[in-house]
Design a protein around this ligand. Structure first.
Ligand SMILES: [Zn+2]
Ligand SMILES: [Zn+2]
Length: 229
């Protein structure tokens, strides 16, 4: 099992997951989408290879009556975290804290098409991906031991993604990153100050604006999803 360890200098928690080293690594630069086939027999996310992934936890369309899937969500085979209840923090020595690497780590397979990046998808398909995000977010939110859910997407060779088939990931952890405590505090202050929700105001402002203003990309490589033009 992986482990969560706290850095005593930043109070940040990191996931130590030696299992992750076993996941497939790209041998060479990933080719651009227009050079990729629509279906790859060796790809675990392509239709026909469903048995290469753990059983799905969600799919669209929802009914299983022979309709081919359009979006699938499966647990990550090389999960950084595994489901569990023991969220006890262990004080190892003065200042050092750790806990079992419990949580959820899932993959959203965004399309049956191997070479269809989100940037080229129809709006209908993007909507299905967002529905899958929402479904899984709400399902994981019900697990009492999970305190924080992140949805992210690595795209392209430089991001370190091990599979080119368009996919996103969900990680749910029993701890909250310290940087988010600050975001909560700011949103809370905003509410006390103005009696309104900061995020609803941001969204309303974005929807009313002529141009979108992306939030700055954080140094960790995370970026916020913003509606496009
Ligand atoms: Zn594929
Ligand atoms: Zn709100």
């Amino acid at each position: 099992m992986s482990e969560l360890r706290q850095d005593p200098t930043t109070k940040s928690w990191v996931i130590l997951a030696p299992e992750r080293a076993k996941r497939p690594q790209p041998k060479h630069r990933v080719r651009p989408a227009d050079e990729l086939p629509g279906w790859d027999s060796s790809c675990p996310f392509c239709p026909g290879n469903e048995e290469l992934t753990p059983p799905e936890v969600f799919r669209l369309p929802v009914s299983n009556q022979g309709a081919p899937w359009e979006v699938r969500v499966v647990p990550n085979r090389f999960a950084a975290l595994t489901p569990g209840e023991n969220g006890d923090i262990v004080e190892e020595a003065r200042l050092f804290r750790k806990m079992d690497g419990i949580g959820a780590h899932e993959v959203i397979i965004e399309t049956p098409l191997h070479n269809m990046p989100m940037a080229l998808m129809s709006y209908e398909q993007v909507e299905k991906v967002l529905i899958a995000y929402q479904e899984r977010y709400n399902a994981l939110k019900k697990e009492k031991y999970l305190k924080f859910i992140t949805i992210f997407k690595n795209h392209g060779w430089a991001s370190g993604t091990s599979l080119v088939h368009p996919h996103s990931q969900i990680v749910a952890t029993p701890i909250v990153a310290p940087s988010y405590h600050r975001q909560f505090d700011i949103a809370h202050e905003y509410y006390i100050d103005r009696g309104r929700c900061l995020y609803c105001d941001l969204l309303a402002g974005e929807l009313g604006a002529e141009e979108r203003s992306p939030l700055p990309v954080r140094v960790t490589g995370q970026s916020s999803f913003q509606p496009d033009g």
